[in-house]
Ligand binder design. Structure first.
Ligand SMILES: [Zn+2]
Length: 500
């Protein structure tokens, strides 16, 4: 029997009775960081998305937080001390002193050392860790961090515009409460850093949909399924150029359903890289905004605690549009197609619409090819029956479980340069997003008040996790002979196809 059945692309719908609580993490500094002129990765797109999200009025639906930046100690729950030490000390001005380390940690062309790099990493990681901490405590049902999603970063290596793997850090936090976490990646590139981190454990299942073949990072073959205890807990969907909405949906939905049934995760992390959209500067897929957003809506429909992070995306206006539309869906709102006035309105001309349209590019993913992929993945899953009753590892209790926790722990003071109260007041300092209507409803003060209760989450986030995967990198590296080391920024749309 054929596994792949091409279904039509139905209109996206939301439920008005769905009352899930959404926590959205944003740091107003994030848009100020720059990888350098000419570099395709632009943190500014996160600020553009935020401005659209606010001007659509979504602050009325969700709670908005500025997370405490990830500390060195937190970063080192995954990354090596010497790598994080390097990131914290290197600057464009003292680069000469770190020539050896630059080579060792792969800093350079794709991953330049820019001003404020370490703070940028702290913001990205802090949002994902705090999002996970809120999900753990049942304080929200969905956490969003578009400054996160940097899936290529390795334990001791920068890669593909990523330095700190906020996703791995967020998942480690989730594992303190959740026996099984599912990671889904819809970026056009393989989610190699996350896969590698959890390649030998069955407590995290990774599933990446990506372009494969003469494309960065060169990994993510169909036959890579995990090793040891992690065997069958990595799923790779290698795709070809030009995949469209209907085709993507026809492979995404049945596969995710199958994995949900098989693995029964208690939490899910969705990486929403926007470089799988049509017209992306580095990507080669042909998804419209709705085709991309359908994945978000579908994962949400399983109704389990969900973390949504950003990722790639190099045509800024389309990334901002799509993440805004998806934020609407996560709040059960179908946003109007007419863009509201916002700080970056001129970017959205000439149509000023909330839409990303597909092009007429060729779809190189034949039904036969996709059938082969699905059949193989299903066979792999049926091969072993997953035991959902997997024992939880020992989880260290939260600091607060030992009794009252002081508002400002020494660590918090040390890393913040100010009191918790002062920081809480920094949250949502930008009143310009609040119209009179919202002020009358007291939304602004509600958010600040609620943030002042965040201390418990912030301290709980700090407690130390047992090392889960100390040696997972080793095993993967030894087995990994597939990497072709194609530089990220130099290989654009289809260019690599001519190399053969
Ligand atoms: Zn990407």
């Amino acid at each position: 029997m054929s596994s792949f059945v091409r279904k039509p692309f139905d209109p996206i719908t939301v439920s008005s009775t769905d009352k899930r609580r959404v926590a959205y993490f944003y740091d107003s500094d994030v848009g100020n960081y720059s990888y350098g002129t000419g570099h395709p990765m632009k943190p500014h797109r996160i600020r553009m998305a935020h401005s659209l999200i606010m001007n659509y009025g979504l602050y009325k639906k969700m709670e908005i937080y500025r997370a405490k930046p990830a500390t060195k100690q937190e970063m080192c729950q995954f990354h090596s001390d010497e790598y994080i030490d390097f990131l914290s000390r290197v600057t464009p001005d003292n680069l000469d002193l770190f020539q050896k380390e630059q080579v060792k940690f792969n800093a350079g062309e794709d991953c330049p050392i820019f001003d404020g790099l370490y703070e940028f990493c702290g913001i990205s990681g802090g949002g994902s860790m705090e999002g996970a901490a809120r999900l753990n405590r049942g304080k929200c049902d969905i956490a969003i961090n578009y400054a996160g999603g940097l899936h290529h970063a390795k334990k001791s290596e920068a890669s593909g515009f990523c330095y700190l793997n906020d996703i791995v850090l967020g998942i480690i936090e989730l594992l303190r409460y959740h026996p099984r976490v599912l990671y889904i990646d819809i970026d056009v590139h393989h989610g190699d850093g996350v896969e590698e981190a959890f390649y030998t454990t069955d407590r995290v299942m990774t599933c990446s949909f990506h372009k494969y073949g003469e494309f960065f990072p060169g990994t993510g073959e169909l036959r890579d399924i995990g090793v040891g205890k992690g065997k069958h807990h990595a799923v790779n969907v290698p795709l070809r150029d030009g995949i469209d909405d209907a085709t993507y949906r026809s492979i995404f939905e049945p596969l995710i359903k199958r994995i949900m049934d098989w693995y029964q995760p208690s939490a899910v992390v969705l990486q929403c890289g926007g470089d799988s959209l049509s017209g992306d500067k580095l990507g080669c897929f042909n998804l419209s905004m709705r085709g991309h957003a359908n994945c978000v809506n579908y994962v949400k429909s399983f109704n389990i605690p969900m973390m949504v992070v950003g990722g790639g995306g190099y045509t800024m206006r389309n990334v901002a549009r799509t993440w805004t539309y998806e934020t609407g869906l996560l709040n059960n709102v179908l946003l109007d197609s007419e863009l509201p006035y916002n700080d970056y309105y001129e970017y959205y001309g000439p149509d000023y619409k909330l839409d990303v349209r597909p092009s007429n590019m060729h779809n190189a993913n034949s039904p036969e090819y996709l059938d082969k992929i699905l059949t193989q993945i299903y066979a792999n899953l049926e091969n072993t029956k997953h035991a959902p009753s997997v024992q939880m590892n020992y989880v260290p209790p939260d600091m607060e479980d030992f009794g009252d926790v002081e508002e400002d722990t020494a660590l918090a003071k040390d890393t913040q340069g100010g009191s918790q109260y002062a920081r809480d007041n920094m949250v949502m300092g930008d009143n310009e997003f609040y119209d009179d209507d919202a002020q009358a409803e007291g939304i602004n003060s509600k958010n600040i008040e609620d943030n002042s209760k965040e201390t418990e989450n912030r301290t709980s986030r700090v407690s130390i996790m047992q090392p889960l995967f100390e040696d997972s990198n080793k095993e993967k590296k030894e087995n990994d002979v597939t990497s072709t080391n194609v530089p990220f920024s130099t290989l654009k749309n289809g260019e690599g196809e001519h190399k053969k």
